[in-house]
Each structure stands twice: as C-alpha cells, then as structure tokens.
Design a protein around this ligand. Sequence first.
Ligand SMILES: Cc1ncc(C[n+]2csc(CCOP(=O)(O)OP(=O)(O)O)c2C)c(N)n1
Ligand code: SF4
Length: 253
Amino acid sequence: MELNEIIRPENKVYAKPRLMNSNHMHYCPGCSHGVVHKLVAEVLEEMGQEETAIGITPVGCAVFAYNYIDIDWIEAAHGRAPAIASAVKRLQPDKLVFTYQGDGDLAAIGTAETIHAANRGENIAIIFINNAIYGMTGGQMAPTTLLGQKTATTPYGRRVDLNGYPLSIAPILAGLDGTCYVTRQSVHTPAAVRKAKAAIRKAFENSLAGRGCSLVEVVSTCNSGWKLSPAEANRWMIENMFPKYPLGDLKNV
Ligand SMILES: Cc1ncc(C[n+]2csc(CCOP(=O)(O)OP(=O)(O)O)c2C)c(N)n1
Ligand code: SF4
C-alpha cells in the first residue's frame, strides 16, 4: 500500500490538536502536564471555542502553557489565577474562562483566591494539577505532600508534628455553595485520560453556561521531583496518592 493511501483523511484515527503548536515542551518526560495540555486543546477544539477561551496561567511548571496552546492567555502572579479569572469572566461573560494551576500555586500561596473565587460562585473552570510537590523550584514540600513523602524540604519524610497534614482541596471546594462541579481525575491510563477529558469538557461547558465554579483536580506525577522514572512514578501515584486523593466526582449539580 502506498503511503498516501495510508494517510488518507478517512484512515486517520488520531492527530495532534490544531491548537497545539510545534514548540518543544519543557516538561520532563512522563510529566502529567503535557497530557493535560493536550486534553485542554482537544476539548476547546471539539467545543469550537478556539476564539472564546481565555486561560490564566500560573507560576509553576505550567507557567509557559501559553507557549504551547494557541488561545488567549493571561499570566497571573503566583496563586492569583482565580482572582484574575473572576475579573475576566465578569468583564466578558460570554467567554470560556479557566485557570490552570499546580498544588503549590493553588493550595499554598493561592489558597485564599481559590476558596473565595469558588465561594463567590465565579463562572470559571479551575484545572488543578496536584502532583504533591513544588516541581518547578526543585521538589519542595507542598500542602498536598503525603505523610512520609520525602521532598527537598522534608528529606526524612513529611511529619505531622512538624509539617501538619496533607491538604485535600477538592472536598473543601465541594462544600462551598458556589461550586457546581468538583471532580478528581488522573491521566495514568488511556481510560483515565478519556475520563479526565470528559471532566474538562464539563467544566468548560459550565463556565460558558454560567453555572458556577468547577474544579477538575488531576492527580498527577512529578517524576523529577519524586526522583522516579515515569513508570515508577505512575505506580507510586496509584499506591500512595490515590488512597489519599481518591478519583471520582465529589459534586455534580
Ligand atoms: C511570589 C512567589 N513566591 C514564590 C515563587 C517561587 N515558586 C515558583 S514555582 C513555585 C511552586 C510551584 O509548584 P506547583 O504550583 O505545585 O507547580 P508545579 O511546578 O509542581 O507544576 C514556587 C514556590 C514565585 N515564583 N513567586
Ligand atoms: S519538575 Fe515535575 S511538574 Fe515540572 S515538568 Fe518536571 S515532572 Fe513535570
């Protein structure tokens, strides 16, 4: 069979989303960020929202998300993405507005902005990459770091007496009247990727329809911060993170 017959449009089963450009990603091999970026691009394309989406990028490894997905972006100061998203959505209510944040960004320095934006019922979608560590800065403890987990700042493992308990954000947001959809997903298997994509779509639809605030937490790997290979990181996440951060919908009204 000739090559041009194999690549005929009707034979194509998968293609890179058009919104993703060809810039080289800076993410480490095996990192969840790249997969979630692809899902964001695919969902926006499938919804036909290429021109109406506005993303708010964080401080953290995803700080350069605007380099990879060709939509409108605004760069936020560390932790402030939900506040900026609130303003953008209020000023342009017909837009699909979302933030993309890590756990250091969202659950440490940005705790107040996150909780208050959700509690106000801002019509925004929050994508929360929870990899239980500060990836960008070299693997320090985050609020979501597990008990016993070794990081650059907890070299003997996180201890309750010194560091307190891991912070579980999704149940807090699910308990607020302003949220309409709170879910925990992951991207470690093809089935999980499909579910995460459906969750991102639902959150984006909620933002467009003005139904309130949505949170899609993606329990993620940071193989560099965890000092594990990509395959080991997936196993570690399944064995250690899923018991503390179980996957599934927490709220869907
Ligand atoms: C005001 C301010 N404080 C601290 C920092 C340093 N800093 C950069 S990224 C980061 C944490 C990133 O971790 P996370 O949000 O979990 O994202 P990840 O890199 O793991 O994706 C910190 C503390 C900063 N850039 N600005
Ligand atoms: S340091 Fe961690 S979060 Fe950052 S790109 Fe590497 S694996 Fe991903």
